[in-house]
Each structure stands twice: as structure tokens, then as C-alpha cells.
Design a protein around this ligand. Structure first.
Ligand code: HEC
Ligand code: HEC
Ligand code: HEC
Length: 423
């Protein structure tokens, strides 16, 4: 996390330097007026790049900003991010605006069709003006020589031309169109969420080919996590959150209901905490305008169920020191587990990840210390973790399918968590 922070700071510094060098050239060439316009566009582009979270994917931990090389795990294999610095040979320094547009909004680069691990299906919604400003900024990134082979997928997925078919099926090329029945604020939120912020890349339910289903923002699994339902369903989604609750969460990483973990931590640290208040309010207004996912809460398991009995006992021993026996937590320090949509998620992957490996909350300007939960993978057996999670998912106002020991064993393996040290 510290690394991510430093990285971000270095990037901001580098970009400011790039901006200054460019400004000096512009001054000589076109005079002060053009310099102001250019400077303002680069500054807008920098903000758009933060909204789009380009840096996080296109940089390795400790690596040079935007020089690529980060491995992303997909259900189809590993795909590595490209060098998008202005190096002419290994980066995109010799590209034109048209080539940049083709890659970012249409998924086609001079090297062939791109894989949607690069979120071009979402970026397709970026407006012409924003795309051009983004390019002005990306062009100022200092060149870094770093040759990256991005396509490490196994046959047949390594054939880029397969993406022609994928795009026909799943790429929606229609530009963003504001909904005239909604307010300007909701439309601004929709534009950011569907486009640069690409919230649906992680939160929209996917089909077996990795394409979006119609269950927009209704939750999906990714890399050992479950990105939950963001609809207004009160049981699994944001139904009980106010717009301000969502703004607080996206700015600080925590609110009265929950604390962020895993991939959401990075999204908040690198992107949403830096958005303007007006844009955060717009995003929240958009999510509050969505209909709830149509799914009734299941009935909780009875307290007499064998897993529930074991789970209740183990919860007191292992978890209640922090989360307290009622699960209410400690305000602003330990999140409550009561009536918690993340706990009610149909898929327990995030809970398994948090308990097996522990978790660090985001460190944000609004909440600089963050919070941490220890790992239990080394300490607890599969059946103990399954019982504890089944218990918290069916008490404290929650109701969700039981977790089986086999689910814990599978998650342990998938995310490389430790095995218990004693038998
Ligand atoms: C979720 C991770 C992710 C994010 C966020 C992301 N990219 Fe990418 N990007 C990738 C991956 C992976 C590739 C390589 C895809 C391939 O080779 O098929 C890529 C490729 C590219 C390419 C093509 C480079 C080439 O040489 O072909 C460009 C340009 C690009 N990204 C720009 C951007 C910009 C600008 C942003 C922010 C608005 C951004 N990316 C955000 C993952 C990401
Ligand atoms: C890289 C993938 C990714 C992206 C992009 C992403 N999220 Fe998430 N999000 C997750 C995961 C995984 C979780 C579950 C972990 C957790 O609860 O912290 C999550 C959790 C959340 C939660 C907490 C829900 C709850 O019930 O506790 C909210 C709210 C949320 N995301 C909103 C957003 C919004 C808004 C965006 C776009 C600005 C976004 N996310 C973009 C992966 C992502
Ligand atoms: C040392 C204190 C501590 C102990 C012990 C502890 N937790 Fe946590 N737990 C935390 C903190 C702090 C967080 C928030 C971390 C963050 O900010 O991401 C958390 C987060 C969680 C979350 C995510 C909540 C959400 O809204 O996303 C779950 C679920 C959870 N803990 C379950 C457990 C279970 C089950 C146990 C026992 C096996 C346990 N915790 C033991 C401190 C603790």
C-alpha cells in the first residue's frame, strides 16, 4: 500500500515536470495564449487519467510510472499491461491521436486487437473532448524504455483476432448519450461510472466468455474476490446507503456500514479519493437512481444448525475481541458485521479472502491510518472457517447460503493462503 502511494506521488511529480517542459516549448512556439490552453488541457487530461485509473494497471510495484509490465490474472490466462510512456520504440511515443483513440475506445492497437483486460469496452463511452485531453496528458509522460510482451495467454486465447468476434458480441460502440429524463448530475455520474471509472468492469455479472450480462452492477467474482451488488437492493446492495454514505466510502475507504478491502482498496486509493466533490456526488446520485436488483433475502439458517452452533462459539473466541460479540464492531475502527451487504453476498469469496489472508483498509487523505484485520489462514481449519462464516452470514441480521469446508479449501489454494500450522 505504501508502495502504491509513493508510486502515485512519483507519478504526479513526473507529470508535473512533463507538463512544465512541454509548457516551455509551447511558449516558444505559440505564445502565452496557446500555452495556457495546452496547460489547461494537460491538467484536465491528468484528472481524467486518475478517473480512468490508467496508472494502477500500467505500472508495476516499484516500477516507473506507465511503463507497463504488470501481470493481470484473467480466467483465460495472464495478460500483461503495455508500456504507455512516450518512448518511441517500446512505448507509444510515435503514436497519433487517432491511434490512441483506436486503442483506448475501440480496442485496436497497431499490434492488433486488444484484450478487454484493458477496459476499452467501458472507455468506449469517453467523449471526443475528454479523449483528446487524455492524450495531451499521456503524451507528456517521460519516455521509459521497457519492452513488454503483453499476450501471455495460452492457445487458443492468444489469437488476437478472436477479439473481433468478442467485440461483435459484447462491445457496445454507441457513444455515451445522456438520459433526458434524468438530472444533469445523474448524467454526469453515469458518464463517469460507465466510462472512465469502469465500475462495471468489476461489478457487472459476467458470462462464460467474460462479457457483460444484463445484470449491470449486480455483482461478480474476480481473482479470489467478489465485487458485490451496487444496485439499491437493501439486502445485498446499497439500498440502505444514502448518497453521502457512498461519497464518504469512495473518498475515505470506509463508512458506517463497511470498510473496503482487496481490489476496491486500490480503486479508492488510486482513483476515487482524488475525484472532486462534485464528481463524487454525481457518482452517488447515479447509483441512487438505479432500481434495486430483484431478489428477496433468503431465510437465515436456524441457530440450531450444527455449523451455526460451532460458528457462534468460534466467533466469540476468534473474532469478538474486535468485532464484539453482537458483531456491531467499533465505530470508525472496526466495521460492523450486522445487516452487512458484503456479508450477505451470494458468493463468499471476499469473506474467505479477508479471513484467510487478513486485510488492510485503504490509506486515504481522509483516513490516513486505515485499519487492519489479521490473517486466520495459518490458525484455523477449513471446517472452523466455514462454520464462522456460515454463522455471521445467518445471524446479526444477515442471511446467505452456508459456506462449506470445501469452499475454504478451494479458496486457500486459489489465493495461495497459508495452511493451518497445527492439526
Ligand atoms: C484494468 C487494467 C487497465 C487499466 C485500468 C487501463 N489499462 Fe490500458 N491496457 C491494459 C492491458 C492489459 C493492456 C494490454 C492489452 C493487450 O495487449 O491486448 C493495455 C493496453 C493499453 C494500450 C495499448 C498499448 C499498445 O502498445 O498496444 C493503451 C494505449 C492503453 N492501454 C492506455 C490506457 C489508458 C489511457 C488508460 C486509462 C484511461 C488505461 N490504459 C487503463 C490494462 C489496463
Ligand atoms: C478492480 C475492480 C473494481 C473496480 C474497478 C471497482 N470495484 Fe468496487 N469493489 C470491488 C471488490 C472486489 C469489492 C469487494 C471488497 C470490499 O467489500 O471491499 C468492492 C466493493 C465495493 C463497494 C462496497 C459494497 C458493500 O456492500 O460493502 C462499493 C460501494 C463499491 N465497490 C463501489 C464501486 C464504485 C462506485 C466503483 C467505480 C467508481 C467501483 N466500486 C469500482 C472491486 C472493484
Ligand atoms: C484484531 C482485530 C480483528 C479481529 C480479531 C478480526 N477482525 Fe475482522 N476486521 C477487522 C478490521 C479492522 C476490519 C476492516 C479492515 C479494512 O479496513 O479493510 C475487519 C473486516 C472484516 C470483514 C469485512 C467487513 C466488511 O464490511 O467488508 C469481515 C467479514 C470480518 N472482518 C470478519 C472477521 C471474522 C470472521 C473474524 C474472526 C475469524 C475477524 N473478522 C477477526 C478487525 C478484526
Amino acid at each position: 500500500m505504501i508502495m502504491a502511494k509513493n508510486l502515485f506521488r512519483t507519478a504526479l511529480r513526473t507529470c508535473m515536470r512533463g507538463g512544465m517542459v512541454f509548457s516551455a516549448m509551447a511558449f516558444l512556439a505559440h505564445g502565452a495564449k496557446a500555452q495556457d490552453d495546452r496547460g489547461a488541457r494537460i491538467e484536465r487530461g491528468r484528472y481524467l487519467a486518475i478517473a480512468g485509473d490508467c496508472l494502477a494497471c500500467h505500472t508495476t510495484p516499484g516500477g516507473k510510472p506507465f511503463a507497463g509490465g504488470l501481470d493481470l490474472k484473467t480466467p483465460f490466462g495472464i495478460i500483461t499491461t503495455s508500456n504507455i510512456t512516450s518512448d518511441r520504440e517500446t512505448g507509444i511515443g510515435s503514436w497519433t491521436l487517432q491511434q490512441f483513440d483506436s486503442a483506448v475506445r475501440h480496442g485496436k492497437s497497431p499490434k492488433g486487437y486488444l484484450y478487454p483486460a484493458m477496459p476499452y469496452p467501458a472507455y468506449a463511452k469517453i467523449t471526443d473532448t475528454d479523449l483528446a485531453d487524455l492524450w495531451e496528458y499521456i503524451r507528456t509522460i517521460p519516455p521509459v524504455r521497457n519492452a513488454v510482451v503483453t499476450n501471455k495467454l495460452p492457445f487458443p486465447y492468444n489469437i488476437r483476432a478472436l477479439m473481433i468476434g468478442w467485440n461483435l458480441l459484447f462491445l457496445d460502440r454507441t457513444p455515451f448519450a445522456p438520459d433526458p429524463s434524468k438530472s444533469a448530475q445523474v448524467n454526469r455520474g453515469a458518464y463517469l461510472v460507465e466510462g472512465l471509472e469502469h465500475c462495471g468492469t468489476c461489478h457487472t455479472t459476467k458470462n462464460f466468455l467474460g462479457g457483460d450480462t444484463r445484470a449491470t452492477y449486480q455483482g461478480t467474482s474476480l481473482q479470489g474476490w467478489y465485487a458485490p451488488d451496487l444496485s439499491n437492493n437493501p439486502h445485498t446492495g446499497l439500498g440502505r446507503w444514502s448518497a453521502d454514505d457512498l461519497v464518504t466510502y469512495l473518498r475515505s475507504g470506509t463508512n458506517r456500514f463497511t470498510a473496503a478491502s482487496g481490489p476496491m482498496t486500490e480503486t479508492i486509493e488510486n482513483s476515487t479519493q482524488h475525484l472532486s466533490d462534485v464528481d463524487l456526488q454525481a457518482i452517488a446520485a447515479y447509483f441512487k437512481s438505479l432500481p434495486p436488483r430483484a431478489a428477496a433475502a433468503p431465510a437465515p439458517l436456524p441457530a440450531t444448525n450444527a455449523q451455526m452452533v460451532t460458528g457462534a462459539r468460534e466467533f466469540i473466541v476468534q473474532c469478538s475481541a474486535c468485532h464484539v460479540s453482537s458483531g456491531a464492531g467499533i465505530r470508525n475502527m472496526i466495521p460492523t458485521l450486522q445487516d452487512n451487504p458484503a456479508v450477505n453476498a451470494p458468493d463468499p469469496d471476499s469473506l474467505l479472502n479477508i479471513v484467510l489472508r487478513g486485510t488492510n483498509g485503504p490509506m486515504t487523505a481522509a483516513n490516513p491510518t486505515g485499519a487492519a484485520m489479521p490473517a486466520f489462514g495459518w490458525k484455523l481449519h477449513d471446517d472452523q472457517i466455514a462454520a464462522i462464516l456460515t454463522y455471521i452470514r445467518n445471524s446479526m441480521g444477515n442471511a446467505a447460503p452456508a459456506v462449506q469446508p470445501a469452499d475454504v479449501a478451494r479458496a486457500r489454494k486459489a489465493i495461495g493462503a497459508e495452511q493451518p500450522v497445527w492439526h
